[in-house]
Design a protein around this ligand. Structure first.
Ligand SMILES: Nc1ncnc2c1ncn2[C@@H]1O[C@H](COP(=O)(O)OP(=O)(O)O)[C@@H](O)[C@H]1O
Ligand SMILES: [Mg+2]
Ligand SMILES: [Zn+2]
Length: 369
């Protein structure tokens, strides 16, 4: 049930026009302008992480090229409707990851010369194009050398380093970014509102953290949580559904380390393990605490580079205890946690790396002046 919930959200809310796309301003500006000026290229390459809008923008271009309205895309003409409903004949999507594209590229080569069925343009979206076989790639290259006037190719990839230079040189290349936490939160809030769900701002941030910059992932996590709780989503709901450690607990651990309280720190580590959380999950959050503290210690103006990674109450906690650390303690702490993070897989006692890190953070700190 949760699964179908996920699918629905990110399909249901796929942006229908450029202005709904977040975090890719540079791409959107250039492409919307090219459409307006009738200067759309015959071949594009979209590279970037998964779930950040490559397919979405490719489909908006395809739709805009065949739109009969005044504004492109109008989203009301017959052609736009066909695109939005996924039944446009002039959009051909090829997933090179599924069977490496051999048959599809052959069909593409045969089909590309015939004129579009309904509109003026035929758009080919070739997803994960780095997975095409050598033969398929060569066939595609030949087509890219002399594309018919009615054809537009949009190649997408999550692994730019695997795309041949000859392909890159024949395409207009756009690099897609991971949208920032604020953009992801705003979009989650918008969707939650449309679904009639009250999403706590901190809950939204936790979802954004978990999605690591991917909007599709963020939306599918939201769907997963809404399958369980669809009226009001709190920070605790997000932590529970995702099975991530309570950040309140990690905050307490940070405070205890700052206060140099070894027994209580070790106790809280045990509690985390009793609840089934892993060293890696806790260390990651702890690492953020110390990195944030380190930045602030060096210069409070650096806050803007790190504040997005944490919750407001966590910043307060860091600010409150910052005076207890020297800058050297903090850089040592970051190093120490990083080193201990390498040890997870080697230890017979899973909580040991975290315990050692905690003790060394406190005891080592006392020796540093
Ligand atoms: N930049 C974005 N702005 C708004 N929504 C986005 C964006 N990127 C992804 N999404 C959401 O995630 C879904 C999948 O995005 P998609 O464009 O297919 O990602 P990919 O980069 O993997 O091709 C979209 O339907 C949309 O709901
Ligand atoms: Mg895609
Ligand atoms: Zn239209």
């Amino acid at each position: 049930m949760a699964e179908s919930g996920n699918l629905v959200l990110y399909r249901k809310y796929r942006p229908k026009d450029f202005d709904e796309v977040v975090g890719q301003e540079h791409v959107v500006r250039a492409l919307a302008n090219a459409l307006k000026l009738n200067r759309v290229a015959h071949a594009y390459l979209f590279s970037g992480p998964r779930g950040v809008g490559k397919t979405t923008i490719a489909r908006i271009i395809a739709k805009s090229l065949n739109c009969a309205g005044k504004e492109r895309p109008c989203n009301i003409c017959d052609s736009c409707k066909q695109f939005n409903e996924g039944r446009a004949m002039d959009l051909i999507e090829i997933d090179a990851a599924s069977n490496r594209g051999i048959d599809e590229i052959r069909e593409l080569r045969e089909g590309v010369r015939t004129v579009p069925t309904q509109g003026k343009f035929k758009t080919y979206i070739i997803d994960e194009c780095h997975q095409l076989t050598k033969d398929a790639f060569n066939a595609l290259l030949k087509t890219l050398e002399e594309p018919p006037a009615h054809a537009v190719f949009i190649l997408a990839t999550t692994e730019l380093d695997k795309v041949l230079p000859t392909v890159i040189s024949r395409t207009q290349h756009y690099v897609f970014r991971r949208p920032g936490i604020a953009d992801i939160c705003a979009r989650l809030q918008k969707i939650a509102k449309k679904e009639g769900t009250a999403l706590d701002p901190e809950g939204a941030r936790l979802i954004a953290f978990a999605a690591e910059g991917g909007l599709r992932d963020a939306e599918s996590i939201l769907g997963q949580i809404m399958a369980v709780e669809d009226k009001k989503i709190t920070r605790a709901d997000v932590e529970e559904v995702l099975g991530i450690p309570r950040r309140e607990g990690v905050k307490t651990l940070f405070r205890l380390i700052a206060e140099k309280n070894i027994p209580e720190s070790l106790k809280i580590v045990q509690e985390f393990f009793d609840q089934g959380y892993e060293s890696a999950q806790i260390m990651k959050i702890l690492l953020q605490y110390f990195r944030n503290a380190f930045f602030l210690k060096i210069d409070p103006a650096l806050k803007k580079y790190v504040e997005d990674e944490m919750l407001p109450d966590e910043h307060e906690c860091i600010a409150e205890h910052l005076g207890k650390f020297a800058a050297a303690d903090l850089s040592r702490a970051v190093n120490l946690i990083l080193q201990n993070m390498q040890q997870f897989k080697k230890t017979p006692i899973p909580q040991l790396p975290l315990e050692l890190a905690v003790v060394e953070l406190i005891a080592g700190g006392q020796q540093t002046v």
